[in-house]
Design a binder for this molecule. Sequence first.
Ligand code: SF4
Ligand code: SF4
Length: 320
Amino acid sequence: MISVESCIHCHKCRKSCAFLSKYMIDICDTEKLKELAYHCFLCGKCTAVCPVGIDGRQLIMEFRRERSLTDERASIEKKNRSLIREKKDYIYRNWKHVTAGTVFFPGCNFPSMYPKTNAALAKLFEKYGIGTVYECCGKPIGELGFADDEEKIISGIRKRMKNAGVTEIVTACPNCMAFFGDRLGIRVRSVYDKLNEIGEGNILTGDMEFYLPCPDRSDHKWIEEIKKFIDGTVTVNDSAECCGLGGSAIRLEKEIADGFVEKLRESTERNLFTYCASCVGRFRRSGLRTSDHVLPLIMGIDEQPDIMKSYINRVFTKIK
Ligand code: SF4
Ligand code: SF4
């Protein structure tokens, strides 16, 4: 990782980030940044704009990990009790339908928000001998800085996948893919890439505007795969750094998180599409009604995000 010593003090990171601007700091202000590590949305925009390649997101993650090894751990756990209770050892885990070869891994939020589309995908994949696994990838726990728990989650998933003979994971969540990276030793690909390979999914006609979820902002891998289902011009709306849910920072920086949604609301009058169920849930809960997930449309399912019953839907994945 390139050291902060290489910083040329251009302030590009500060100018592109509402959190750094609020505290009048740059990524190289490490002392203050460490103190504020849990106020960061971990969106990665600072990393993307830095002309010398300093990875601000990674640096902040290291600060979180350091802080979680101190006496502060108990207080971090207390503040994130419900998240930890659900996701540290995912309580709605369901591997009954795991198959050797390829598995569908929708993540924990897509089936919560879009149960009908998720069921349609599971049924479609079943036709191709692909089972569905209900599991949380562990990103929300990892982002708290709990490296020990993160490793346990990853090694648990790796072991279950290997024992079942899984050689390919198809996910509906860009966060799951980014979090796994190559740590499982198994190929991870997007649901759009797989649908395209097997010749399934509708072609959508017309121009569409997209908000890119944080993990896809730099390499555009997912949006390029989605474009294969769109017969029209795709434009990217990059007016906000994050939907507001990243890094569990919303509790400490609600105003900034709400500001992201405001920026999106003010930047367009068109319907805003995305491909992260958490982002759509956040936008809809914040009153941005003109936001939609593209996957139900590609699957030909008329479904709005179920923000009222998302938790119940997640509970039901355990008994599918
Ligand atoms: S909120 Fe995003 S841009 Fe700002 S410091 Fe954190 S990762 Fe970087
Ligand atoms: S963008 Fe990079 S070089 Fe510029 S101030 Fe921030 S950390 Fe330093």
